[in-house]
Write a new protein. Structure first.
Ligand code: TXA
Ligand code: MG
Length: 341
C-alpha cells in the first residue's frame, strides 16, 4: 500500500528513518520526482534497479545538500576540475548534475562499476529538508519504470512504483518538468551529456564548453546497449541517453509526421505548445495546450503530465508540436526525439 504524504517535519523525519533502514522513498525535486535510497547502502541501491527494471549498467545520480558535501564522495584534485566545481556554485542548488571521479565511499552499485559519480545539489525545499535529515547522500533516478515517462507529480509515481516505496513525499508539481542537465568536465572544456533544466546558453555563461559534445547517437547507442546489456560498464559516456526513452504506450509523432488520412483527428490526442482555435481543438478526441503563448518553460513544466494524460485518453495516436532547440527547447526536443522514435 502506498502513502502519498504531505511533507512536514514529522513525515520528513519518518522518510529519513525509512531511508536509513534501507527502504526506498519517492521524493520531489525541482526537475522530476526521484526514487531515493541511501547512496552508501548497496542493498538499498539494488532495490532502485529492481523497482525500475533498470539495466545495471546505467549509473545513478547522487544528491547532496550543498556543494560543500561533494568532496566526501568525489575527488576534485586538479585545478581545472576545481575551477569547474567553483563555477557550478552559480547554478547550484539547481537542475545541474556534474560527472566527477568517484571516491571509494560511493559503492560500485551506484556508478555501475564505473570510475565516476554524477552529483547534484537539488533546490526543492522538501528535498533539501530531507537531505538535511539524512546523514548520507541520496542516490535517486527519476521515479518511473525504466524507459517510460518521468513523473512530475506524486500521483504519477503512485501509478507505477507504489509497491516499491515506503512513502511518496508530495511536493506538488515539479517546477522544471524535465530532468537536470548532465555535464562532464574535461580538460578541453565541459561536455553536455544530457540537455536539461539548465540550458546550453546558461552553461556558456559559466563554463568553457567543449566543441564536440558526446551525446550518444541512436545507431551507436543501440549497438552499445546490445553489447552491454546488464553488464557493468564504464565506457559509456552517459548510458541513460540510450535511444528508446520517455515513451508513452501509445504511438507518438510530431505534428508534421502525422498523416490525417491514416489516423483522423477524432482518434488523435493533440498536445500543442500554444493555444488552438476552439474550432481546431474540437476536431481532436483530446487536446491540451502546454502553454497558451508558446512559453517553453511552461511547455516543459506541463509536457510529461500531458503525455501521460494523452496516453490514458481514448486516442490511437498522440500528436505533439515541435519547438526550437535553444534554451529550454533543447531539453524538450531531446525528450520528444526519443519518445517519437
Ligand atoms: O533531474 C534529474 O536529474 C533527476 C532527479 C531525480 O534528480 N534524476 C534523473 O536520474 O533524471 P536518471 O537516473 O533518470 O538519469 C540520470 C542520467 C542518466 O542518463 C545516467 O546515465 C546519467 O545521468 N549518469 C549517471 N551517472 C553517470 C556517470 N557517472 N557518468 C555519466 N552519466 C551518468
Ligand atoms: Mg530517468
Amino acid at each position: 500500500m502506498t502513502l502519498i504524504v504531505q511533507p512536514d517535519t514529522s513525515s520528513i523525519q519518518a522518510a529519513a528513518e525509512s531511508l536509513a533502514a534501507g527502504q526506498l522513498v519517492a521524493v520531489p525535486t525541482e526537475t522530476v520526482y526521484g526514487l531515493a535510497a541511501d547512496a552508501t547502502n548497496p542493498a538499498a541501491v539494488a532495490k532502485i534497479f529492481a523497482a525500475k527494471g533498470r539495466p545495471a549498467n546505467n549509473p545513478l545520480i547522487v544528491h547532496v545538500a550543498s556543494s560543500k558535501a561533494i568532496e566526501a564522495w568525489a575527488k576534485i584534485e586538479s585545478n581545472w576540475l576545481r575551477n569547474v566545481c567553483q563555477a557550478a556554485e552559480a547554478l547550484w542548488p539547481g537542475p545541474l548534475t556534474i560527472v566527477l571521479p568517484k571516491r571509494e565511499t560511493i559503492p560500485d552499485a551506484v556508478t555501475a562499476g564505473g570510475p565516476t559519480v554524477a552529483v547534484r545539489v537539488p533546490h526543492h525545499p522538501v528535498m533539501q529538508q530531507l537531505l538535511a535529515a539524512c546523514p548520507f547522500p541520496l542516490a535517486a533516478p527519476s521515479a518511473n519504470r525504466s524507459n517510460s515517462i518521468s513523473p512530475t507529480r506524486a500521483e504519477h509515481v503512485a501509478q507505477s512504483l507504489s509497491d516499491h516505496v515506503a512513502m511518496i513525499l508530495d511536493g506538488g508539481s515539479c517546477q522544471y518538468g524535465v530532468e537536470s542537465t548532465v555535464i562532464r568536465p574535461t580538460e578541453r572544456g565541459v561536455e553536455i551529456l544530457r540537455p536539461g533544466g539548465i540550458s546550453k546558453e546558461q552553461l556558456q555563461q559559466h563554463f568553457e564548453l567543449a566543441e564536440a559534445t558526446t551525446l550518444i547517437t541512436e545507431a551507436v547507442s543501440d549497438k552499445v546497449q546490445d553489447r552491454h546489456q546488464g553488464v557493468p560498464n564504464s565506457s559509456l559516456p552517459s548510458p541513460g541517453m540510450l535511444s528508446k526513452h520517455y515513451s508513452p504506450a501509445k504511438p507518438i509523432v510530431f505534428v508534421d509526421q502525422w498523416n490525417a488520412d491514416q489516423v483522423p483527428a477524432r482518434s488523435v490526442a493533440r498536445i500543442s505548445f500554444s493555444s488552438l482555435s476552439a474550432d481546431e481543438a474540437s476536431r481532436f478526441c483530446w487536446h491540451r495546450a502546454a502553454s497558451e503563448s508558446g512559453d517553453l518553460n511552461q511547455v516543459a513544466h506541463q509536457l510529461f503530465d500531458f503525455m501521460r494524460q494523452a496516453d490514458n485518453s481514448a486516442c490511437q495516436l498522440i500528436v505533439v508540436d515541435r519547438c526550437v532547440r535553444t534554451g529550454m527547447g533543447a531539453a524538450i526536443m531531446d525528450r520528444l526525439d526519443r519518445a517519437t522514435r
